[in-house]
Design a protein around this ligand. Structure first.
Ligand SMILES: C[S@@+](CC[C@H](N)C(=O)[O-])C[C@H]1O[C@@H](n2cnc3c(N)ncnc32)[C@H](O)[C@@H]1O
Length: 500
């Protein structure tokens, strides 16, 4: 479901904007519209022309192409499968664009890493000077009790962001390619400057090793379902009885893991489509799969769509109703720790005001299909934030303007190994993509500035003192206050009057 990437993007990059979403599945699109109020483009990706794509002027592409070309069930036809056409078309289009995206994110299943489609994608993006990170990760590694091993690729255009970085040929890339299987990636924790390719994330001395405490499934299970509701989710007896000797995955509420939910979950395919919850005789765990009748005593039921959505880390209504005071306390704590990877426990603090909802006319089985196609929102948002966008500041966690300014300043200083005194703050309008810039919203601009700046994107850019705009008669000192009564001055920024 394309909703998941939109939510992940919102969490990773709260000031970014999703300019368009694409899917040919009308039910996925109806759900997307229900949640975001905007209808995705239903034209097949493989039919988009260069002009169609350039019209959106998007600097970031998030993609989850169909996985059947890379699975045994889908015959593993790879780039020869018609369902791979959309991806292959985008690979062909990339060099024809006058302004290719700065960021590319791709998700797929295990085996994609061995595919010709990956080879074609990497060959193309290496030619176009993208820096690439690949990994195979599961939400369990992020503190979420759901196993969903997925392949992820994050590619960033070197020419835009790091002109000093050496361009690497695809041949060299394939020779050295590293597909990370642990999180955070080893190179992020490596203090050795030479090997520190993912330069931004260092384990501080004395810091606890990163441990993700996976909670019990209990905390994801809907406790308020009445008898009638529960009945809807019970596995039909006939499906259990015909599953002779199929060792399907049965979990109990106290377990800390459940298996991957596929799009056949909730159908008669009980085996291999996702875990079933045992609701009765919980002391009984010695399952006799060769005697399916014995399993009827276990009160086996499917996870509900809301439970799966929670396991996929979609924001949900129930989480939003938690105490606001607790949220603020934790946000302050996290401010002191804004370079660290986030545990899933922290995730609830980052919830936006949106939550996943399905339109009323979507059936239970359609919900399961959409969720089976979905990504884990938290995993994707962490990969976007920490690897693809390389954001060093957990912007969601900063709710004090003073702290925001200090943290952004520190982030730029640390990145370039500049001292804080070497940095000055400049203002830029309607400009984005500068890796040392931070977008500010919610500022009230007064008097003549208000007229000039109204409706424009305002960005703070940190520059080295010697590169700063010299102060002249045409420079205006713009004071920025915390409050309307102007009692607390936050900082002063110099702007060139003629530019506005
Ligand atoms: C594996 S699912 C990924 C869904 C995923 N969770 C997401 O966030 O987009 C692949 C999706 O691609 C869509 N799709 C398949 N072929 C397509 C094409 N040629 N153009 C656009 N969408 C396509 C399918 O309808 C399906 O929803």
């Amino acid at each position: 479901m394309i909703c998941c990437k939109h939510y992940s993007f919102n969490l990773a990059c709260p000031f970014g904007e999703v300019v368009a979403s694409f899917d040919i599945n009308l039910i996925a699109n109806a759900t997307y519209k229900h949640n975001f109020g905007k209808t995705p483009v239903t034209k097949g990706i493989d039919f988009l022309s260069v002009n169609d794509i350039e019209r959106y002027d998007a600097n970031c592409w998030l993609m989850s192409p169909p996985c059947q070309p890379y699975t045994r069930g889908g015959k593993g036809l790879d780039d020869q499968d018609p369902r791979a056409k959309g991806l292959l078309h985008l690979i062909d289009v990339l060099p024809k664009l006058s302004n290719p995206p700065d960021y590319i994110f791709l998700e797929n299943v295990l085996n994609f890493e061995k595919s010709k489609s990956r080879e074609k994608l990497i060959t193309q993006i290496c030619l176009m000077n993208y820096e690439i990170h690949e990994c195979l990760l599961t939400p369990l590694q992020f503190g979420i009790p759901n196993d969903r091993l997925r392949y992820y690729l994050m590619a960033r255009k070197i020419s835009t962001f790091n002109k000093s970085e050496k361009v690497i040929t695809s041949q060299k890339y394939f020779e050295q390619a590293m597909i990370y299987t642990s999180w955070p990636f080893e190179c992020m924790l490596n203090n050795n400057k030479e090997n520190n390719k993912c330069h931004h994330w260092k384990q501080q001395q004395g810091q606890q090793p990163l441990e993700f405490n996976v909670p019990e499934l209990n905390s994801y299970i809907e406790s308020c379902l009445d008898e009638k509701e529960l009945k809807k989710y019970l596995v039909p007896e006939k499906n259990i009885l015909k599953s002779f000797n199929f060792k399907f995955d049965i979990v109990r509420p106290t377990d800390k893991r459940c298996s991957c939910f596929t799009k056949s979950y909730g159908s008669h395919h009980v085996f291999g489509s996702g875990s079933l919850i045992q609701t009765k005789n919980l002391e009984f765990t010695d399952y006799e799969f060769e005697n399916p009748k014995s399993l009827l005593e276990l009160g086996l039921r499917y996870f509900t769509p809301l439970e799966i959505a929670k396991l996929h880390a979609f924001p949900s209504k129930s989480e939003l109703s938690k105490s606001p005071n607790r949220k603020n306390e934790n946000r302050l704590d996290s401010f002191n720790n804004n370079y660290a990877p986030k545990l899933f426990n922290d995730f609830e603090l980052m919830q936006s005001s949106n939550y996943l909802e399905f339109p009323d006319d979507i059936s239970l089985i359609q919900k399961y299909r959409l969720l089976g196609n979905s990504l884990n929102v938290f995993v994707v948002s962490e990969l976007l934030r920490c690897v693809l966008f390389n954001l060093q500041v957990w912007i969601c966690g900063l709710f004090m303007p003073e702290a925001f300014i200090t943290a952004t300043r520190q982030a730029v200083a640390q990145k370039h190994k500049w001292s804080l005194e070497e940095l000055v703050l400049e203002i830029a309008l309607n400009k984005s993509g500068d890796p040392d810039s931070f977008v500010l919203t919610g500022f009230k601009l007064e008097d003549t500035f208000y007229q000039a700046l109204n409706g424009k994107t305002i960005i703070w850019v940190f520059v080295q003192v010697e590169e700063a705009t010299p102060t002249t008669e045409a420079t205006i000192n713009l004071p920025v206050y915390l409050n309307e009564d102007r009692s607390d001055l936050l900082f002063i920024v110099n702007i060139e009057s003629k530019s506005y």
